[in-house]
Design a protein around this ligand. Structure first.
Ligand code: BGP
Length: 478
């Protein structure tokens, strides 16, 4: 019905959560390699150095590094039109500071792109998805330092040049607005302040964090400028974690809180990256939090010139906000809120809200009038591998179906939505908890939370279901 013929159906992953092979091909240590595994109730640990009694799941992940041919064949079998993936900066520049790139790393991604090309699968490549060279955290405290901008631009230029024939769609920073939260210090900004150890409770210096975010804005804009120079055909987008909130009640105070949340959390970064300047409400936010930023006139010029071609987003759930401190709570991928009495939640407490996707896409489109791309949406659940290696996951199919219907309605509303890549099309390591048990995939990976298993791939029921959806361009949703 509504999906355009060239709609980019596909799946998404991030290098640090799927690849493994952490010490192969001269790869350098990344900040993700230093995160231990956690669970729903016990948070991940941020190590400064290897600790013998801890397990670091991202180092092995789903072993895509050794399975990429088989995995890409599975994508092709489902009929993927697109694969959203990321390049590990540490495969290209192991410490971030080398003068010349690492050939083995360049070759690995070239092989991946060639394999994708074989099946006419369009890569959508994130330059930085929750990782950076550990060396840059140790030496510069990550994005807190301006030096990192040049190092990132060097890396971006290298991959733009090298893959200019292979990749057309690029994203700069994954969920850049994660830096608006203390949780974003380490994972998103590579900032590890003295005393930080608990992933969910990091030592926060808000000025440093917003300065780091500013450095990412400048780096992102410079990457856009360079990318367009290297290949004018490139389409370069930003990537925002949409964590929409509703007012819990019609109390006008809840309404104001809702509006403030949208500005500070959902729009702050996107406004800069789309409009090329800080929004009017930034000044008050900085004043209220005693933040003084170092923003040069050259920075402002770069932001103006390096605006993005499209907006991409992740969307998992919505929450409510209220001034009522006693309201029941909900949780979320980066942020929780007040519980919505109309919604059900996943096993990890994330509220499931397909209509919220339609609402969000309409909001973004009316604000920016830029093409939109959903690059993450998915359901983490416990799956049972049954006899005969089958996995029945009706809950995942149900989640997917309802979000596809919401997208169809959004397109009918008139929104220019050009693709959808399901998060974790193959089981991978959870970013927030480090678990393997929180499975998102259409493909099951035989590995547990400690990397034990055969790493064999098995198709879940959702695999066949999504294949049919793609085959019929979203028409058959039974
Ligand atoms: C997003 C991240 C992804 C991914 C996803 C699911 O915030 O961009 O990297 O992991 O959330 O979250 P989790 O893995 O914590 O379940």
């Amino acid at each position: 019905m509504s999906f355009p013929n060239n709609f980019l159906w596909g799946g998404a992953t991030a290098a640090n959560q799927v690849e493994g092979g952490f010490n192969e091909g001269n790869k350098g240590r990344s900040i993700a390699d230093m995160l231990s595994n956690g669970t729903h109730s016990s948070p991940r640990t941020i190590s400064k150095e290897d600790e013998a009694d801890l397990y670091y799941p991202n180092r092995i992940a789903s072993d895509f590094y050794h399975h990429y041919k088989e995995d890409i064949a599975l994508m092709a079998e489902m009929g993927f039109k697109a694969y959203r993936m990321s390049i590990a900066w540490t495969r290209i520049y192991p410490t971030g500071e080398e003068d010349t790139p690492n050939e083995a790393g360049l070759k690995f991604y070239q092989d991946v792109f060639h394999e994708l090309k074989k099946y006419k699968i369009e890569p959508i490549v994130t330059l930085s998805h929750y990782e950076m060279p550990l060396n840059l955290t140790n030496k510069y405290n990550g994005w807190a330092s301006r030096e990192v901008i040049d190092l990132f631009v060097k890396y971006a230029k290298t991959v733009f040049e090298y893959y200019k024939e292979d990749v057309r769609y690029w994203l700069t920073f994954n969920e850049i607005n994660c830096g608006c939260l203390p949780l974003g210090n380490y994972m998103s900004l590579g900032i590890r302040n003295e005393g930080t150890r608990n992933f969910l409770d990091q030592v926060d210096d808000i000025t440093l964090r917003y300065q780091g975010l500013h450095h990412q804005f400048v780096a992102s804009a410079r990457a856009v400028i360079e990318g367009h120079r290297i290949n004018p055909e490139f389409r370069i987008g930003n990537m925002i974690a949409m964590m929409p909130v509703y007012p819990l009640t019609p109390n006008p105070k809840d309404m104001l809180l809702y509006q403030k949340n949208w500005r500070d959390m959902q729009y702050y970064c996107c406004d800069v990256q789309v409009r090329g300047e800080y929004p009017y409400y930034a000044d008050k936010f900085w004043r209220d939090h005693d933040i003084t930023l170092n923003i040069t006139s050259e920075d402002r010029e770069i932001l103006k010139q390096g605006t993005v071609d499209f907006v991409s987003l992740s969307y998992y759930q919505t929450n409510c906000v209220t001034v009522d401190e006693h309201a029941a709570k909900s949780s979320g991928n980066l942020l929780g809120g007040a519980k919505n009495p109309y919604l059900e939640s996943s096993e990890w407490g994330w509220q499931i809200d397909p209509d919220g996707l339609r609402f969000t896409l309409n909001e973004l489109y009316s604000r920016y009038q830029l093409p939109l791309l959903v690059v993450e949406n998915g359901l983490g659940a416990v799956d049972q591998l049954e006899e005969g290696n089958v996995i029945h996951d009706p809950y995942r199919i149900d989640y997917l179906r309802r979000h596809i219907i919401a997208m169809e309605e959004t397109i009918e509303d008139g929104v220019d939505l050009f693709g959808y890549t399901w998060w974790g099309w193959i089981d991978l390591v959870s970013a927030s908890t480090g678990e393997m048990a929180k499975r998102y995939g259409f493909v099951y990976v035989d590995s547990d939370d400690f990397g034990h298993g055969s790493f064999q791939r098995y198709k879940k029921d959702s695999f066949y279901w999504y294949k049919k959806v793609i085959e019929t361009n979203g028409r058959d949703l039974d």
